[in-house]
Design a protein around this ligand. Structure first.
Ligand code: BT5
Length: 322
């Protein structure tokens, strides 16, 4: 009910709406409306109430609040449950903790700020307050551990489809887990899992999108590589709308994978928007670095490369530098 009231307040766009109108459009008494408004205020929503004029929601800024996010959400599974924090160490740490306690598939953990945001291989992910989308999704796919990288490709495809709706500039995928804009990283994906030898218990997909970063506050090594979406957008950025689009595109591709057991649709998108294919890459492993040409993506999400001696190999994971 409170969500319905919020929805009506949001749709009445900076205008007062009377208690009577609210009670009519929702179908409850004016006293009930009053009680719900009181509760919403206690929850922290800024609602102005003026006698004889009614109620108005004061602009929320662009907080990624769970109730506001769930308004107009078209998804059935991904994002059905959203847990929001003002500040947290890492959304992926929290997602893992609640997944161990049985949190459902599709649960999303999102935060305004991460104090210990993580990248791969122990690297850190800079996640300043209100300047990006820092979120993790809990998944429980019935797959074997070696297929977990398929999930990264589904996420990369979904994010690319979503971000391309907000900027006319080229959003491309740098295999396996970076989304780049003008060759700089606008988003990173971290796929982690809990598994037994032949069965995945759950997968946590961590997504970090730079929305409107204050580049002057970034450490030098990151400032060089990072870019914000806002830099290439005509309109004001709405993190909320971007989150909804990402979750929407992800649900479509993930459900298709669950039903068809194939990531063909995602791979097609990854091929179409690849920053890696047809380029020379360096395959970096623990003690060597070899040059090769990236020629394709396999149906499993691996990078197919051709070495200078003509040998063709599928690269499963690891560091690839264009
Ligand atoms: C990644 O790692 O790209 C995965 C990043 C995943 C972050 C999300 S946010 C929500 C969830 N919770 C978490 O704790 N993590 C996930 P990797 O490919 O290892 O890239 C890390 C490297 O990117 C760092 O070593 C920096 O050089 C650079 N970097 C750090 N912060 C960045 C940022 N905000 N934008 C662009 N590059 C960044």
């Amino acid at each position: 009910m409170r969500k319905r009231i919020l929805e009506v307040l949001i749709n009445s766009k900076d205008k007062f709406i009377s208690g009577e109108e609210l009670s009519k459009s929702i179908g409850v008494s004016r006293t009930a409306v009053w009680k719900h408004i009181k509760k919403l205020k206690e929850e922290g929503y800024k609602i102005e109430s003026v006698p004889k004029r009614g109620y108005m929601l004061i602009k929320e800024g662009d907080k990624l609040d769970s109730k506001l996010l769930s308004i107009d959400m078209k998804n059935k599974v991904i994002g059905k449950e959203i847990i929001h924090f003002d500040s947290i160490d890492s959304t992926s740490n929290h997602a893992k903790a609640i997944a161990l306690e049985g949190a459902e598939e599709g649960t999303v953990v999102i935060a305004e700020e991460q104090t210990k945001g993580r990248g791969r291989l122990g690297r850190s992910w800079v996640s300043p307050k209100g300047q990006g989308i820092w979120m993790s999704i809990i998944l429980r796919p019935d797959i074997i551990p070696t297929h977990a990288m398929k999930i990264t490709q589904i996420v990369a495809a979904a994010i690319t489809e979503a971000l391309r709706k907000f900027t006319k500039d080229d959003v491309l995928i740098k295999w396996p887990n970076d989304i780049v804009l003008h060759k700089k990283k606008v988003c990173g994906i971290l796929t982690e899992m809990s598994a037994e030898i032949d069965k995945v218990n759950f997968v946590i997909v961590g997504i970090g999108v730079n929305a409107n970063m204050d580049e002057t506050l970034l450490p030098e090594d990151v400032a060089d590589k990072a870019v914000s979406l806002a830099k290439y957008m005509d309109d004001d950025i709405s993190r909320k709308e971007i989150v909804k689009e990402i979750l929407y595109e992800f649900e479509k591709l993930y459900m298709d994978f669950i039903e068809s057991r194939s990531i063909e649709k995602s791979i097609d998108i990854c091929r179409q928007y690849s920053a890696t294919l047809n380029n020379t890459v360096r395959i970096i492993s623990r003690d060597s670095e070899v040059k090769a040409r990236a020629i394709d993506l396999s149906e499993e999400g691996e990078l197919v490369v051709e070495y200078e001696d003509g040998r063709v190999e599928k690269v499963f994971s690891g560091e690839v530098s264009v």
